[in-house]
Design a protein around this ligand. Structure first.
Ligand code: HH2
Length: 263
């Protein structure tokens, strides 16, 4: 899954694809690099991000969803029911529900759904990064929400531990280490680590500032490869080409594609 943020303020690509044509061109580039799904978002969820008005979010994402939907599977990354509904009406296949509020839209429209773990809102979520047992609590939350979605009539439900959402670096690492247990559950797993802050702190002295976003690519790829090797069905990444290569290496794609790539 390639990330396409049609926003001025996303933490790693904010402002680069705010223009419709630039966003569509980037979406086509992600497909050419090997993305099977393009995740279109019009509102940043980074810690402290400013909320976006519904009309503005619709204006940002709908033309991009519409242009890409005929060419690949499109996912809509939103917290607003009206945005999810309009995007599905324009061809989106998946509702990426980062705030656990869009189950009924997916059920009513027939779209697939991602249930992601989050506490609070992007504005205040880091205040809630307190757990007795982060793995048990997140896995239980996901299983409960995913079963509810299935019972509400959603046909395909993915679960996502929400790396970086109301989590410390230690929580993120514990959840990544526990991916095999999540994969062993009932629902296919989606994981998004790409360029996130905690990757910039790995191996750094305590108190040192995290590495800048552009220096988190190697750790992003390492975690994507780990997630695929652990059996994640979808990894959400900004840098699709290396992740697609890693998918072949870990045998995540059909053997004939791996063979083609090797010849
Ligand atoms: N992470 C981000 C946004 N959406 N969706 C899912 N399912 N899982 C994630 O881990 C996830 C997500 C944050 O990354 P990004 O889109 O790059 O930044 P921003 O929220 O600032 O637009």
């Amino acid at each position: 899954m390639g990330v396409l943020n049609v926003t001025p303020d996303s933490f790693s690509d904010g402002g680069r694809y705010l223009d419709r044509d630039a966003a569509v061109a980037r979406g086509l580039e992600l497909i050419a690099e090997g993305a099977d799904v393009v995740d279109v978002g019009g509102e940043s969820t980074r810690p402290g991000a400013e909320p976006v008005d519904e009309a503005e979010e619709l204006r940002r994402v709908l033309p991009v969803v519409e242009a890409l939907a005929g060419r690949t599977r499109v996912s809509i990354d939103t917290m607003k029911p009206a945005v999810a509904e309009a995007a599905v009406a324009r061809g989106a296949w998946l509702v990426n529900d980062v705030a656990c509020g869009l189950r009924d839209v997916a059920a009513a429209t027939g779209a697939a759904l991602v249930v992601m773990h989050l506490r609070g809102t992007p504005q205040d979520m880091q205040r809630f990064a307190v757990y007795d047992d982060v793995v048990a609590e997140v896995h239980r939350f996901l299983a409960d929400r995913a079963r509810e979605a299935r019972e509400a009539g959603v046909g395909r439900v993915y679960v996502d531990p929400g790396i970086g959402f109301a989590k410390t670096g230690e929580h993120n690492i514990a959840l990544l280490a526990a991916l095999p247990a999540l994969v062993a559950g009932e629902f296919p797993v989606l994981v998004g680590t790409s360029r996130k802050r905690f990757l910039g702190t790995l191996g750094r002295p305590a108190g040192a500032p995290p590495l800048p976003v552009d220096d988190r690519r190697e750790a992003s790829l390492a975690t994507a490869a780990w997630a695929m090797a652990a059996g994640a069905a979808i990894v959400r990444v900004h840098d699709v080409r290396p992740a697609a290569q890693a998918a072949i290496l870990v045998g995540d794609t059909a053997p004939d594609r791996a063979l083609e790539a090797a010849s």
